[in-house]
Design a protein around this ligand. Structure first.
Ligand SMILES: Cc1cc2nc3c(=O)[nH]c(=O)nc-3n(C[C@H](O)[C@H](O)[C@H](O)COP(=O)(O)O)c2cc1C
Ligand SMILES: CCCCCCC(=O)C(=O)O
Length: 356
């Protein structure tokens, strides 16, 4: 309910073109819709008489011990959506104990984002989402910026060998950021000056060799975001990834892929507990978090709900979203007879209408 209210408020507040940029997906938006619908296909099968008065929902993630199981997934251009932008998101995430994955396409430089998070909580973990640049020296410079800022992990987005065709943006002619906004992490790096949505070039030629180069160069844990195929999850671990995000980019890339949730069990089986598996796409309720954790995720990311919270109410709005999800999840865990996240197991999820 809180999330729905904040979404409605954000819609009122935003320029319709910017609203469409956030709300929309690729193609006919089939994957966008299915990410949320997928959660209706799975039901929880609670265990009884084994709970506890209090629950411990903290999770140890790379560079983020004792984190909330709800992460802030990377979303671009927060200052477009609220004047306080990524710094407000960072303060809210830190206050709620949530890992913030700040992005290459941030309208605030990563150093300022980390400073905002740390201002609230010295232990706050900020991860840096990286679009690998076709020119390796640019990728290296971005990684140095993230390291110097104090990010504790890198999240390499691998589902974007090309920019997704966002139908609403094409219809609205949304190609450039308004004056005064830019992808600040790209500032003074070789390539186009920041300002256009395409200032962060994507390349289909980025390969596992680029991941190897990255893992060799940085001491930070490197996670991959945008893995759907179990074979790629296995390769990720073999190439030194410290974690895998099952994600279809919120339905904004290929509009013919399965819902993220439907890909989770096979990826979790392929990874076999060697590194954490995370999931984003369509998470809107605490019970969605419980289903994802039971199916093998260590934590989940939320994208659009955080943006709606930010656009509607700034920092307090983001806090409300993160707190509501965490509290609903804690309540669901109690209803399922759990004391900790690992009490949610595969046998506690059934397909709707099916048997187990
Ligand atoms: C407006 C918007 C901007 C996004 N920007 C990025 C980005 O810069 N990098 C990235 O890896 N993913 C990006 N994503 C994808 C999110 O990280 C995440 O995968 C997706 O939003 C999860 O789905 P949800 O919105 O249903 O929670 C973006 C998503 C949205 C909606
Ligand atoms: C080339 C533009 C970079 C921003 C991409 C943001 C993003 O991932 C999205 O889905 O939108």
């Amino acid at each position: 309910m809180i999330l729905r209210d904040l979404h409605a408020k954000a819609r009122q507040a935003l320029d319709p073109v910017h609203y469409d940029y956030v709300a929309g997906g690729a193609g006919d938006e089939r994957v966008l819709a299915d990410n949320e619908r997928a959660f209706d296909r799975y039901l929880l099968l609670p265990r009884v008489l084994r709970g506890g008065e209090r629950r411990d929902t903290a999770v140890d993630l790379p560079g983020a011990p004792g984190a909330s199981p709800v992460l802030v997934a990377p979303t671009a251009f927060h200052r477009l959506l609220h004047p306080d932008g990524e710094e407000a998101t960072a303060r809210a995430a830190a206050a709620e104990g949530a890992v913030l994955v700040t992005g290459t396409a941030s309208t605030t430089a990563v150093a300022r984002v980390v400073a905002a998070a740390r201002g609230r909580d010295r232990a706050a973990a900020v991860w840096f989402q990286l679009y690998p640049h076709p020119r390796r020296e640019v990728t290296h410079a971005l990684v140095r910026r993230a390291e110097e800022a104090g990010c504790t992990a890198l999240v390499v987005t691998v589902d974007s060998p090309a920019f997704g065709r966002h139908t609403r943006d094409l219809r609205n002619g949304f190609t450039d950021l308004p004056p005064g906004h830019a992808a600040e992490n790209m500032r003074d790096l070789p390539g186009a000056p920041p300002g256009a949505l395409t200032d962060i070039p994507m390349s289909p030629a980025v390969s596992w060799a680029d991941l190897d180069d990255l893992v060799r160069r940085t001491a930070l844990p490197v996670l991959l975001k945008g893995v759907l195929h179990p074979a790629d999850a296995r390769l990720a671990v073999e190439h030194g990834a410290a974690g895998v995000f099952v994600s279809n980019h919120g339905g904004r890339q290929c509009d013919a892929v399965p819902a993220a949730l439907d890909c989770l069990p096979a990826v979790a089986a392929a990874v076999a507990g060697r590194v954490p598996v995370l999931l984003d796409g369509g998470v809107r309720r605490g019970s969605d978090i419980a289903v994802a954790l039971a199916l093998g995720a260590s934590a989940v990311g939320v994208g659009r709900p955080v943006v709606w919270g930010l656009a509607a109410e700034g920092e307090p709005g983001v806090r409300r979203v993160l707190a509501a999800l965490r509290e609903e999840y804690d309540h669901t865990l109690a209803l399922c007879g759990g004391r900790r996240n690992t009490d949610l197991t595969r046998d506690m999820v059934v397909r709707k209408g099916g048997t187990w």
